[in-house]
Design a binder for this molecule. Structure first.
Ligand code: ADP
Ligand code: MG
Length: 452
């Protein structure tokens, strides 16, 4: 089973647990633990300390084992790994446990998804910079920016780009040692190395690579000994002029619990943001994925209107978009029908309802007013002072991009303004985002809080 699948499984189990034990208990006990993986009926978790591990095991162990079962994953035991405890433990004579072979021999790399190549990556305005930077890194040559730090929301293609770099280097420079792994696995290996007193080979393995890629770095925030080790590995590689690529779900400055020295080190390199997809990019991705699906199901016909419909209606992340398409093809094949608009609406009813949770203009106005320390009535007022007009334009821009309201409707909600005012605001903010990083940041922060 691959790690992505396991994480989804754990995600669903977490949701179940949150519902059954309540938010408070969930936040106290389940939130602090991180799922590491399943190996021969043992599900492993990292925990901040053994107390939490014992508590979870005693109180929720049976429920967790049961929930894995309902997900089709047979588990008989849970294991909890507490880094500090392990580190502090006195050496015992003749330890019984043996380090798993992988830590001592092979590089602890994660498997690469063969579909995650540059060829399969569709480029659009929201991801062109990240794509270009990834290409540059894959070409090799002089290390121009180190590290490359890619960040952005879930399902926007961070992992895809990192795998693509690895694939490319494997193909063009097979002798180069490229190590790709998630931050979670980095920690898991580190903890194992401590536990099995294997630090020497751990360090050697990580410091002898030509390129290190660590995915989802936010995972090690707050995990201090892991962060320390990461910092040393990072510095050692940078000093040798080896390329480092890192991804996270937010920018270095926004990752809470990240040590200051790591944060500033990360900002030395190139920090690139994968923006949320826009309609054109979603449509492009859907076309590419539909082509691939059509090869798999040559008998299934597809009305291209369906792709436009999906690109409009599912704006969350590319993974969801892809899942929707896969479902349509599988279903059409099963029942021997073509994919039409009606059929898509029926088949995806649940998914479409979910993505219907749309932000309202009122919410946007409230958040924008809060952000700029204004009153909502200021945004609706005729005042033209810049301190009010700018935020108003930002709010109109967000209303246009986050809701499906028409320009006249938006104008009406802003104190009865004309739709041409809204058009002007949208254009203005689009321009300013390119030239004024303050506006770009404001829009970004607001968009994220509104979409959260
Ligand atoms: P992240 O790591 O940012 O959460 P992933 O890289 O796992 O996201 O992408 C989620 C899914 O969406 C993957 O199947 C990936 O192939 C696909 N995907 C994301 N962006 C693109 C793109 N621009 N072109 C093609 N596929 C994409
Ligand atoms: Mg990812």
């Amino acid at each position: 089973m691959n790690a992505i699948y396991q994480n989804d499984t754990w995600g669903r189990i977490r949701t179940e647990l949150r519902n059954s034990i309540g938010v408070d208990a969930f936040n106290n006990w389940i939130e602090p633990i991180s799922f590491l993986g399943v190996e021969t009926n043992l599900a492993s978790f990292s925990v901040p300390n053994s107390f939490i591990g014992n508590w979870v095991s005693r109180n929720y162990g049976d429920a967790i084992i049961h929930l894995f079962g309902t997900e089709g994953v047979v588990i008989s035991r849970l294991g909890f790994v507490a880094p500090e405890q392990t580190a502090a433990r006195k050496p015992k004579p003749a330890p019984q446990q043996q380090a798993p072979k992988t830590t001592a021999t092979a590089l602890p790399a994660s498997p690469l998804d063969s579909r995650f190549t540059f060829e399969q990556f569709v480029v659009g305005t929201p991801n062109e910079l990240a794509h270009a930077a990834a290409r540059r890194v894959a070409e090799g040559g002089d290390v121009t920016f180190n590290p490359l730090f890619l960040y952005g929301g879930v399902g926007l293609g961070k992992t895809h780009l990192m795998h693509a770099i690895a694939h490319e280097i494997r193909a063009t420079r097979p002798e180069a040692r490229v190590l790709y792994l998630s931050a979670e696995q980095f920690m898991f290996r580190f903890v194992q190395a401590l536990r099995f007193k294997d630090m020497h080979s751990f360090k050697e393995q990580f410091r002898s690579v030509d390129m290190l890629m660590v995915d989802d770095l936010q995972f090690i925030a707050g995990k201090n000994s892991t962060q320390d080790e990461f910092f040393h590995t990072f510095n050692a590689l940078i000093e040798q002029g080896k390329q480092i690529v890192i991804s996270a779900d937010r920018s270095p400055g926004e990752i809470e619990g990240l040590e200051e020295r790591i944060r500033s080190r990360l900002q030395w390199g190139l920090v690139v943001d994968l923006h949320p997809t826009n309609y054109e990019l979603r449509l492009g991705i859907l076309h590419a994925k539909a082509e691939a699906q059509s090869k798999r199901y040559p008998d299934v016909g597809l009305d291209v209107k369906v792709l436009e419909f999906l690109a409009h209606r599912i704006s969350s992340n590319v993974r969801v978009l892809e899942g929707a398409l896969t479902r349509l093809f599988a279903f059409a094949d099963l029942v021997g029908r073509d994919i039409t608009l009606d059929m898509a609406q029926d088949t995806l009813a649940d998914l479409l309802r979910q993505s219907d949770r749309k932000v309202t203009i009122e919410e946007i106005q409230r958040k924008v007013a809060e952000h700029y320390n204004l009153r909502i009535s200021d945004l609706l007022s005729p005042r033209r002072a810049r301190a009010v007009a700018r935020p108003r334009q930002v709010a109109m821009f967000l209303s246009k991009s986050l809701t499906s309201k028409s320009l006249p409707e938006i104008g009406r909600k802003f104190g009865g303004r004309d739709h041409t005012t809204v058009i002007h605001a949208v254009k203005r903010v689009e321009e300013m985002r390119q030239t004024d990083s303050q506006i770009a940041d404001d829009v970004e922060i607001l968009r994220r809080t509104l979409e959260a």
